[in-house]
Design a protein around this ligand. Sequence first.
Ligand code: AFP
Length: 331
Amino acid sequence: MRDVTLTRYLIAKQKFHPEATGEFTDLINRIAFCGKLVARELRRSQLAGRTGSAHHENVSGDEQKKLDVVANDIFVTHLEYGSIVTLAASEELDEPAVFATERERGSYVVCFDPIDGSSNLDVNGTLGTIFGIRRRRAGSLADLFTSGREQVAAGYILYGPATQFVLASGGEVAVFTYEGETGEFFLTQDRLRMPTKGTNYAVNEGNSHFWHEEMRRFVANLKTPDPKTGKTHRTRYSASLVGDFHRILLEGGIYLYPEDTSDPAKPNGKLRILYECHPLAFVAEAAGGRASTGKGPVLDVIPEKPHARCPLAIGSESEVALYEKYVRESE
Ligand code: AFP
């Protein structure tokens, strides 16, 4: 497995699709290349004084960091050329970037969050890039306002002690790890399955005052010793969705960002459907896990605008089903 590069993996998969043009392989390679560039920027950022705020808020009202802007520019630059992508929607762009011309229309629509967990930028913490890929249909903004099941692939890049590229496509999840000497991503885990039950939970408990009662009761349950094992779930929260989700993908458990009453302008929680919830829900389901709003699958949520949000409970089958039970009982 250690000599399978990302390109070799993609070419092997392409053989199962005789109709393939090679554009999908090109697109995934470009996203991985952007990941290498972002990782390089992150490694240099403390020395180059590139940390801190860009003194601007994105359209969602979040403070933009200098590196959010740098990473966003990297992705837009490398998705734009060659007529593969018609539309790129980013958490950091007020309006989606339209690359289509009259004659040249790419086959894909890409949604991405170039740097997720930006509050970790200044403290050298774990960060991620998240992406979801749809086929172009109408060739207009309408292509964004569709179910997450329209995605043909999704994944993320995790910038931790090692940079890893996680790809869900064709109903399988594979993990690639970057090797600096060769500049390649190598396959390190194939056909990854999420444990059906785990021992971790990730949530910002500082918000518990604003949670609905069923959420408080659910988290209290996670902290109550299991009658069989005598063990409780462990809290593991880093303010980086990619980092927290990756742990849950490997070890099982649940990540939650529920709806709460902290800000009447954000009744559906904090996370954006197109850039965070849909792509990670796609990865979770491909690995045998679940992603729910509490009331139904996240992949079935249809955003009504590019920056729409939804509640997210994502992780192992057992924990997500239990959370849904608490929500159902509260209705
Ligand atoms: P930022 O990229 O704006 O820092 O948001 C990160 C994030 O979307 C996700 O990665 C974290 O899990 C979550 O928000 C952290 O939010 P809180 O600071 O409210 O816990």
